[in-house]
Design a protein around this ligand. Structure first.
Ligand code: GDP
Length: 334
C-alpha cells in the first residue's frame, strides 16, 4: 500500500484500519473522502476502497422507496430497531436528489429516525452529493461498501425524493421495497408502472385506525396488479403486505419475507448473479460519469459549446452537426 496522505487528511492506512475496526467517526470521515470531488481525495478514496473491498459485500442491501409522506423514515425507525434486536447492524443511506439542484434538502427539514440514530448498531448517513444522479449512485455505492467493511450487515438505501433515483437504487440493491398508501391510486402517489415492476415487496403503510379496511382492499388491488407482471428472473413473486410503521405492526413480516427471499435467491444462484451484473453496470456508470466530467469539465469545450449554441439558435448549423463538431474537437485534444 502506498499509504497516501494529502494535507489535512488522515493517511490511507488510518482510514482503512479505522473503518475495518468499525470506528464510526473514521467511517464518516472516510465517506466524506469518497464523496469529495477534490482530485487528491479521489486518489485517497481509490486506495481506501481498494483495501476495504475484500471486506465488503457481506450484507443484504435493501432499497426503500415511496412518495414523501408515505412513512419511510417512520418505517425505517421501526424496521431498523427490529433488525438491531435481532442482532444486526444497520447502515442507512438516504438519497435525496432534490438537494442536488436546490440547497434546500428534504432531509434537512426534519429530524428523521431520532431513536435509531442514537443506537450504536445503526449508522445513518444522507447521501446527496454529486451533480448527476449517476454520480450520486456511484458515491452511494462506494459509501455502502465502506459501511459493509465497518460491519453493517443490513444496508437500507432510501430514496427521499420523488421518482428520480429509484432505478439507481434498484441497481445497487438486492431487494426492493416499495411503500404505498391505501386510498390513493398509483397516479396520485406518483408511482410509475416501472417502479411497481421493480418491487420485490409492496408495503401498504398506515394500516391502522380507520385505515385498516382500506389497506386490506388496497393490498388485494396491488396483489392483482402485480400478478400481471411476468415472473422476475429471481424466481420470486412480489409480496404485498400491510403495516403500521407508527404502531410497529407488520414490521416483522417484512423482515421474514426478506429472509425468505434471501434463502430463495441464494439457492437458485440469482443473488450472486444479480450482484455480478450490478458490478459490471457499476463500471459502466463510472465510465459514463468520468467521460461526462472530462468533457464538460474542459474549458475549451465549454467555450466552444457556447458558440455552437449561438450558431444553432441563428440556424447556422444543425444540432446534429454541432454535436459532431464538438465531439471531433474533444477527440483531437484527448
Ligand atoms: P416520509 O416522508 O416517507 O419519510 O414519511 P414520514 O415517516 O416522515 O411520515 C409522514 C407522516 O406520516 C408523519 O406524520 C408520520 O407520523 C405519519 N406516519 C408514518 N407512518 C405511519 C403509520 O404507520 N400510521 C399512521 N397513522 N401515520 C404514520
Amino acid at each position: 500500500m502506498k499509504n497516501y496522505k494529502p494535507k489535512g487528511r488522515l493517511s490511507a492506512k488510518e482510514y482503512i484500519d479505522g473503518i475495518l475496526s468499525g470506528d464510526r467517526v473514521i467511517l464518516s470521515r472516510g465517506i466524506t473522502i469518497v464523496e469529495s470531488n477534490l482530485e487528491s481525495d479521489k486518489i485517497l478514496a481509490k486506495e481506501i476502497i481498494h483495501a476495504i473491498l475484500p471486506h465488503s459485500g457481506n450484507s443484504i442491501r435493501i432499497g426503500i422507496t415511496g412518495v414523501p409522506g408515505v412513512g419511510k423514515s417512520t418505517f425505517i425507525e421501526a424496521f431498523g430497531q427490529h433488525l438491531i434486536k435481532k442482532g444486526h447492524k444497520v447502515g442507512i443511506l438516504s438519497i435525496d436528489p432534490s438537494s442536488q439542484r436546490s440547497k434546500g434538502s428534504i432531509l434537512g427539514d426534519k429530524t428523521r429516525m431520532e431513536e435509531l440514530a442514537n443506537l450504536d448498531e445503526a449508522y445513518i448517513r444522507p447521501s446527496a452529493t454529486g451533480d448527476t444522479l449517476g454520480g450520486v449512485a456511484n458515491k452511494t455505492g462506494e459509501t455502502m461498501l465502506l459501511c459493509e467493511a465497518a460491519g453493517y450487515d443490513v444496508i437500507l438505501i432510501e430514496t427521499v425524493g420523488v421518482g428520480q433515483s429509484e432505478t439507481a437504487v434498484h441497481g445497487l440493491t438486492d431487494f426492493f421495497l416499495l411503500l404505498m398508501l391505501s386510498g390513493a391510486g398509483d397516479e396520485l402517489q406518483g408511482i410509475k408502472k416501472g417502479i411497481m415492476e421493480m418491487a420485490d415487496m409492496v408495503v401498504i403503510n398506515k394500516a391502522d385506525g380507520d385505515n385498516i379496511k382500506k389497506s386490506e382492499m388496497a393490498k388485494r388491488q396491488y396483489q392483482n396488479a402485480l400478478h400481471i407482471f411476468p415472473l422476475s428472473e429471481s424466481g420470486w413473486s412480489p409480496v404485498v403486505t400491510t403495516a403500521s410503521a407508527i404502531k410497529n405492526i407488520g414490521i416483522d413480516t417484512v423482515w421474514n419475507e426478506i429472509e425468505k427471499y434471501k434463502t430463495l435467491v441464494d439457492e437458485n444462484g440469482y443473488f450472486k448473479k444479480n450482484r455480478s451484473n450490478q458490478q459490471i453496470q457499476w463500471m459502466y456508470n463510472n465510465i459514463n460519469e468520468e467521460l461526462k466530467r472530462m468533457f464538460y469539465g474542459s474549458k475549451a469545450i465549454a467555450n466552444q459549446l457556447q458558440d455552437l449554441e449561438k450558431d444553432i439558435l441563428a440556424s447556422k448549423i444543425s444540432p446534429v452537426k454541432a454535436a459532431q463538431l464538438i465531439i471531433e474537437s474533444f477527440k483531437k485534444n484527448m
